[in-house]
Design a protein around this ligand. Structure first.
Ligand code: FAD
Length: 392
């Protein structure tokens, strides 16, 4: 089954069943994008299909962590390309949802509809896991700011109209909402192993007005971390979707493929692979849903009601404990999905490593999820630090 909210009802609210039905209905049009003969047209077509299905409304701003996870579980299953475009639309616009001025927020409906596409530009050549090393500089001028620097590995570049750009302003970081057609901006495409729009962004004397700044001058780091925190668990959900697809593909194959006079599915060692895949998949989904539920209980989603916490401000201890749950979900689900997909490739034998096989595409698609939005090592650091400090 592609997606359901029925099997773990304790994690879901009644409206999630309707959302799951809506997501399944949108799936065929999104999946069809991968059949377009021109690969270069697929990123824009995937963005258009997401917009036509109204799915960006689920991430601009996120209606709830569980809704975001349901959407990414489906998208991971049907189209890892669409999944990445969807997630980055949310990441790119979230700083505005968190701290934008009324005029900046007025632009959000165009992103919620898919008429415009956003990017989130944090990483730099010398600032990857170490976000504090960001060197892009914002220099104040009479009219606003001038931005200079380089960003690397920025998703949605090539199809994006605007980016949330993080830059050093004085001693601290600030966030800026930058139209990507400004003079001084160069986008250079990058080609990852996965189907995923990606590019490098060079900013050379890019002038932006005062009202391009998002939030207060020193608020950039907080906005970046809050944005990543809001979306990190959903990376695990996308991984679950990809792993479920791999298991379904593998099941279809081993039931049909006959060797030694019977279907592979009847071989005990093949069944052992399937069992291990099912355990990894279920454990991953449980970790993700637990963290998503905790997110939704902790505080209202932007513009939405809390499900259980009453909307009160979360204390530092509870916050640290929730961060650890999110890190456990991201780490556990992405690593488990990699194992599930690797087993699926193994069960396909030679067919599993042929270019264009679904499991071969999943094998490439899953890999970046263990790297972006905090590598597995960074998630282990968060979890280990919380344990060492005695965070409950
Ligand atoms: C497909 C893809 C899409 C991306 N999209 C975006 C995007 O849209 N916007 C954006 O801003 N960025 C994006 N990124 C960048 C991504 O967030 C970074 O690649 C990631 O944070 C790691 O940074 P890095 O590549 O510089 O690796 P580094 O930070 O240099 O790390 C290299 C290795 O060292 C390990 N390491 C680093 N520090 C430690 C430590 N303290 N302890 C132990 N190990 C450590 C890492 O875990 C990793 O294994 C994307 C990356 C990819 C691959």
């Amino acid at each position: 089954m592609i997606l359901s909210s029925d099997d773990l009802p304790m994690f879901f609210a009644p409206d999630h069943a309707a959302l799951a039905t809506r997501l399944r209905a949108a799936a065929p049009a999104i999946a069809a994008v991968e059949q377009l003969p021109d690969p270069a047209a697929r990123d824009r077509a995937a963005a258009a299909a997401l917009g036509a299905a109204g799915l960006f409304e689920l991430c601009v701003p996120p209606s709830s962590s569980r809704a975001l996870c349901l959407a990414r579980e489906l998208l991971g299953y049907v189209s890892p390309r669409a999944d990445s475009i969807f997630a980055v639309q949310g990441l790119g616009t979230h700083p505005i949802a968190l701290a934008g001025t009324p005029a900046q927020r007025a632009a959000l409906p165009a992103f919620a509809s898919g008429a415009r596409i956003a990017a989130f530009a944090l990483t730099e050549p010398e600032a990857g896991s170490d976000v504090g090393a960001i060197a892009t500089r914002a220099t104040p001028t009479a009219d606003g700011y001038v931005l200079d620097g380089d960003k690397l590995f920025i998703s949605n570049l090539g199809i994006a109209d605007h980016a949330a750009v993080f830059a050093r302003l004085g001693d601290a970081l600030a966030a800026f909402w930058v139209p990507l057609d400004r003079p001084g901006i160069t986008v250079t495409p990058q080609t990852p192993i996965a189907a995923h729009p990606l590019g490098a962004l060079a900013l050379r004397g890019v002038a932006v007005p005062h009202d391009a700044r998002i939030g207060e001058p020193g608020q950039g780091m907080k906005l970046a971390l809050q944005t990543l925190d809001a979306f990190r668990v959903s990376v695990g959900a996308a991984a679950v979707g990809m792993a479920r697809r791999a298991l379904d593909e593998a099941l279809g194959f081993v039931r049909a493929r006959v060797q030694f006079g019977k279907p592979l599915a009847e071989q005990p060692l093949v069944q052992a692979h399937l069992a291990d895949m099912a355990v990894d998949l279920d454990a991953a989904r449980l970790l993700v849903l637990r963290a998503a539920y905790a997110n939704d209980c902790a505080k209202p989603a932007v513009g939405g009601p809390a499900v259980g916490g009453g909307g009160e401000v979360e204390g530092a201890g509870a916050r640290a404990a929730r961060s650890a749950l999110i890190a456990i979900a991201k780490l556990g689900a992405t690593e488990a999905a990699q194992r599930v997909i690797d087993r699926a490739v193994q069960l396909f034998g030679g067919r599993g490593v042929m270019a264009g096989a679904v499991v071969e595409e999943l094998y490439r698609a899953i890999r970046p999820l263990r790297i972006y939005e905090g590598t597995s090592e960074i998630q282990r650091t968060i979890i280990g630090r919380a344990l060492a400090k005695g965070t409950p």
